[in-house]
Design a protein around this ligand. Structure first.
Ligand code: BES
Ligand code: MN
Ligand code: ZN
Length: 489
């Protein structure tokens, strides 16, 4: 793929100074050097112990260059306080330092976190490292400066290639998602998403196939809520139906992604400030494709269907108007009182379409509401479900993948906000209260035929502000859910 530098990851049982340009050694402040570090220390006449003495706090880094190469000492602090979030920070700092020093190959020797398996730690380190190395240079004509790092070898005595494989697959899925999400909306249109899905299916032709539908097919199926969102745009909408088959005839797990390639708000137009960020409004769709890619790389024994409802929400003479009433594929009528509540409209028809596959369960992934950012910020994705078993699966997978979630309510009482005097429902509440929950309530009306959960990733899918960038979340979470589902079979 253009603009992405492919990283090589490996494992070693015997790290040496000369094996790569830089040896990174993470140490604890309150624990003796590991056997490996001790032998390295001896080999170099006590150099390592002397260097360590110059570090004190977690995060301190010290470079040493000599004829044999470079050593980077990283202080990891007290052993008892070294946890997954500390590891994440340290790896991010190390990666930044390696890139800054134009290092091409590195060997990373980090201590193991207590109570976590070595394979898990390896997986996390690869994902974190890869995240940090991601660059999109395609549009930089001047001053494009690609990082030099291309090969990273880990030393983690109890880890094996399973962790390596997992980390690499998830990192590849995350990269793909970030790449799609970062693409500007003049390139990443619904048609482009469709082509990318087709290409993905072609890349994994043995396990995947894909069908992309346009407005004609949508009209035939009665997808008026999806078409209503698309009708103001010059870009025709797409419904992507992509299948990964890894478990024969088992009922599929369906991931439904919101694929609004640009959300201007429509006639209920958004303010100009940061409107460009609305190119990320297809992050749910991108994460579905990224997860399918990880899943195919891992050859998970599970059946997964990705459904993506993609459209551009624009302002024109043909735009849907506030107050218009349309009939969804489910037969229920919707009064569109706010054209900026478009995500739920495209998802509604995709969720109804999902019924035909009699899924094991369905999870939709969407940058659905600004309200979820108010509630949870950028740390946890919000999820809603009335299925306790599914809630447990999501919670566990979130813990294991370190891709955090927080459950929001979905009580029937919130449904009242969607009552319409004219139609079966309005598409948004009249006030802004609990807007993330009313959005989920709206979706729930199209999911009665199967087990379902909704993931609102508006706060977690990209980093806001000047350094805006897609995060690739929740690919790690979704992949973990699929791994779980495949194990329980
Ligand atoms: N794509 C937005 C949600 C969003 C807002 C994501 C800001 C990330 C950052 C969604 O389509 C939207 O506009 N939601 C409205 C719903 C409202 C009109 C009921 C919102 O949350 O304001
Ligand atoms: Mn909107
Ligand atoms: Zn939107």
């Amino acid at each position: 793929m253009l603009g992405i530098i492919k990283m090589n990851y490996g494992l070693t049982q015997k790290p040496t100074l000369s094996a790569s340009e830089c040896l990174v050694l993470g140490v604890f402040s309150d624990v003796e050097l590991s056997a490996f570090a001790q032998s390295l220390d001896k080999e170099h006449q006590g150099l390592i112990s002397r260097l360590i003495k110059k570090t004190s706090e977690a995060g301190d880094m010290l470079w040493h260059h000599d004829l044999h190469g470079a050593i980077l000492i990283v202080q990891c602090g007290e052993q008892g306080k070294f946890n997954p979030s500390q590891l994440k920070k340290r790896i991010a700092e190390v990666t930044g330092a390696l890139i800054k020093h134009r290092i091409r190959s590195a060997t990373i020797c980090f201590p193991q976190i207590a109570q976590y398996s070595a394979d898990w730690q390896l997986e996390q380190m690869i994902i974190q490292m890869d995240n940090q190395c991601y660059q999109l240079l395609e549009f930089k004509k001047k001053k494009a400066k690609a990082h030099q790092l291309e090969s990273v070898t880990f030393y983690l005595p109890n880890a094996n290639t399973e962790g390596l494989k997992l980390g690499e697959a998830i990192a590849t899925g995350v990269e793909f998602t970030r790449h799609l999400a970062n693409m500007p909306a003049n390139i990443c249109t619904p048609a482009y998403l469709g082509e990318q899905a087709m290409q993905l299916a072609k890349e994994f032709a043995q396990s995947m196939n894909c069908k992309v539908m346009g407005p004609e097919e949508m009209r035939q199926m009665g997808m008026e809520t999806l078409l209503a969102v698309a009708q103001g745009s010059a870009q025709p909408p797409r419904l992507i139906d992509i299948h990964y088959k890894g478990a024969g005839d088992a009922p599929p797990i369906i991931l439904v992604g919101k694929g609004i390639t640009f959300d201007s708000g429509g006639l209920s137009i958004k303010p100009a400030n940061a409107m460009d960020e609305m190119k990320y409004d297809m992050s749910g769709a991108a994460s579905v494709l990224g997860t399918l890619k990880a899943c195919a790389l891992l050859k998970l024994p599970v059946n997964v269907i990705g459904l993506i409802a993609s459209a551009e929400n624009m302002v024109s003479g043909t735009s849907v108007k506030s107050g218009d009433i349309v009939t969804s594929m489910s037969g229920q009528t919707v009064e569109i009182i706010n054209t900026d509540a478009e995500g739920r409209l495209v998802l509604a028809d995709a969720l109804t379409y999902a019924e035909r596959y009699q899924p094991e369960f369905v999870i939709d992934v969407a940058t659905l509401t600004g309200g979820i950012i108010v509630a949870l910020g950028t740390v946890a994705s919000g999820y809603m479900t009335q299925d306790e078993e599914l809630a447990k699966l999501i919670e566990e997978a979130a813990m294991e993948s370190n891709d955090r979630v927080w459950r929001m309510p979905l009580d029937d009482e919130y449904q009242d906000a969607l009552e319409s005097p004219l139609a079966d429902m309005i598409n948004a509440g009249f006030d802004r209260t609990a807007s993330s929950v009313t959005a989920a309530c709206f979706l729930s009306r199209f999911t009665e035929k199967y087990r379902w959960a909704h993931l609102d990733i508006a706060g977690t899918a990209w980093v806001f502000g000047k350094n805006r960038n897609a995060t690739g979340r929740p690919v790690p979470l979704l992949t973990q859910i699929l791994r779980h589902a495949s194990n329980s079979r």
